[in-house]
Design a protein. Structure first.
Length: 183
């Protein structure tokens, strides 16, 4: 495993450099990043839908449930077309899903902490995390534009930190490979 990683240190470093660039773009140009992410989603949904339709039609004779695959493919194509036709609607729906998810997860975390408080010390941390999640979800609902930019900011911060770690790992593997050429 180490030998494979040291031989491919350049690819790991390249992944890190690309992640750093993406992270910086997301942090300094969040509006462009959000629009780009929406377009990539649209491309993915459209291409995936086309492949599902082709696969369903090609395998319809041997597959009793090929209609399900066909319908899934048509849904993917529709999602891709809607994304390109109304990118703003796609962003709003995505934000709504994230907001509802954050609120529900927060409520479940608070409920779990209350149920576990007799058995768990420090349940306040789970309650705090749950309340933060609910607050974030409500914030996204109340201020969707700011919520979208906050999400892009966190994606950018993650990409930047991850990229630095990968770049560092790539160069450490390079050094290790030079010190241990037999591996």
């Amino acid at each position: 495993m180490v030998g494979m990683l040291t031989r491919n240190w350049g690819w790991i470093a390249l992944r890190g450099a690309i992640a750093i660039l993406f992270g910086l773009v997301a942090l300094f140009y969040p509006t462009i990043t959000l629009a780009t992410l929406i377009m990539f989603f649209g491309a993915y949904a459209l291409i995936d839908g086309i492949f599902m339709v082709v696969s369903a039609i090609a395998n319809r004779h041997g597959e009793p449930r090929w209609i399900t695959l066909l319908l899934g493919g048509l849904l993917g194509i529709a999602a891709g077309v809607v994304t390109y036709t109304w990118p703003g609607l796609t962003a709003v729906v995505l934000l709504a899903v994230i907001a509802v998810w954050a609120i529900l997860m927060g409520v479940f975390e608070v409920a779990a902490a209350i149920r576990l408080r007799r058995q768990l010390e420090g349940e306040w941390a789970l309650i705090f995390a749950g309340l933060l999640s609910v607050a974030f979800g409500v914030f996204v609902v109340m201020r969707p534009r700011a919520g979208a930019l906050a999400i892009v900011f966190w994606i950018g911060a993650y990409a930047l930190i991850s990229g630095i770690a990968l770049l560092s790992l790539g160069f450490r593997l390079r050094s290790w490979g030079r010190l241990h050429p037999a591996v």
